[in-house]
Design a binder for this molecule. Structure first.
Ligand code: UD1
Length: 354
């Protein structure tokens, strides 16, 4: 069986690693990794391949940045001829980024079967580019691997046949589990013992000057009680510079490699984020997470885990941080099937396909 993985952005790489490892144990499977080049900085891409021990991509489409239309279209144009030649039995796509929807569209037109890893998540907010990517990719996929029960329900409601849905658990957690012992050995002597770890990169939070300024003001308030450590996504860093905002009182860092970031997460008093994956990682690590969004496609992190949605409400953020400092943060439980074996379950389903 010939399996192609198409990945492009940082969170894709974290999900790819366990699936590649699990498929390597099946002699009948021949794998190829296609990197679209959506993320191209060493700190957003190469370092992840190294730390997660993912084989070097067989192909890099080098599409780089651009508008959503341009980025998606470029991936499609560059990917199609390759797939026409190679005719894989399955193309695996991951998560909800532009590389995911682009590959799914190409495959569906070429009649190549698609398996979507992390299917079924819904924020029900179509102003979010990732929500469009999720909806379309799931309609086109032949096999849908969901992380949790809510994903199954969302897909069934959208008319996806139950026989195509496989609840396999959360593949990101496979990577957390495998690298946690390594992360525990890292020491951050240059950091204070108690800190709030912050990441922000959603267009809705960082692309507007007034909004970003308000968010930074609320982080300065947090910083009075708890040192803020803020590894900034390139997009966020660019916006801070372009808008001329002052972050001198916060500890703003370059994007961190996976293991270093994991070690910071596990020791944080609180994580403040707008990321999707970090809501899940903190739930697994039992670290309180305050999500600066109005909604989440990962509701299980709120119902079972340590996540609380605070939107952009400064008072709510402050109140929740105070609660956590007072020892009243959410403790949460780890959702079912977040057990480190999701990659194996995905591989088992795939190799059983005709
Ligand atoms: C993408 C995903 C988002 C995911 C995030 C993780 C989509 C629609 N969004 O958002 O779901 O949470 O990745 O990081 O696919 N840039 C660099 N170097 C890089 C990559 C990006 O400088 O290696 C800058 C570029 O200026 C670019 C901007 O960041 O224009 C945004 O990059 P892009 O890949 O379009 O979206 P992300 O914000 O990273």
């Amino acid at each position: 069986m010939k399996v192609f993985h198409v990945v492009g952005a940082r969170p894709n790489f974290i999900k790819l690693a366990p699936v590649v490892r699990a498929l390597q144990l099946h002699d009948s499977v021949e794998q190829r990794i296609v990197h679209t080049g959506q993320h191209y900085d060493v700190s957003m891409s190469d370092i992840f391949f190294q730390q997660l021990e993912i084989p070097c991509p067989d192909v890099n489409l080098e599409v780089g940045s651009g508008s959503h239309s341009k980025q998606t279209a470029e991936i499609m144009v560059r990917l199609a001829p390759m797939l026409v030649d190679a005719r894989p039995d399955f193309v695996l796509v991951y998560g909800d980024v532009n590389s995911t929807i682009a590959a799914a569209l190409v495959c569906s037109k070429l009649g190549i079967r698609i398996a979507h890893v992390e299917a079924g998540l819904r924020s029900f907010d179509r102003t979010m580019p990732e929500e469009i990517n999720r909806l379309v990719t799931d309609q086109l996929a032949d096999i849908l691997f969901t992380p949790s029960e809510d994903g199954d329900h969302n897909l069934e409601r959208e008319g996806i046949a139950a026989g195509r849905i496989f609840r396999v658990g959360n593949v990101m957690i496979d990577t957390v589990l495998r690298l946690l012992p390594v992360a525990k050995r890292i020491h951050h002597d240059d950091l204070q013992d108690r800190y709030a770890l912050v990441t922000l990169h959603r267009p809705s939070n960082v692309d507007d000057a007034v909004t970003l300024k308000e968010i930074l003001t609320s982080l300065l308030e947090v910083n009075r009680d708890l040192a803020v450590v803020f590894p900034a996504h390139p997009r966020t860093r660019q916006r801070i510079d372009n808008f001329g905002l002052n972050t001198s009182q916060l500890r703003v860092l370059d994007p961190l490699p996976y293991i270093e970031f994991l070690s910071l997460q596990m020791r944080a008093v609180v994580v403040i984020t707008d990321s999707g994956g970090i809501q899940e990682e903190t739930t697994y690590l039992r670290v309180p997470c305050l999500t600066m969004r109005e909604n989440t496609e990962r509701p299980i992190t709120v119902s079972l885990g340590t996540n609380t949605l605070v939107g952009r409400d400064r008072n709510k953020l402050q109140t929740e941080v105070s609660k956590i400092l007072g020892g009243e943060g959410k403790k949460g439980t780890v959702p079912p099937l977040w057990d480190g074996l999701t990659g194996e379950r995905i591989a088992d389903v795939l190799v059983a396909q005709p």
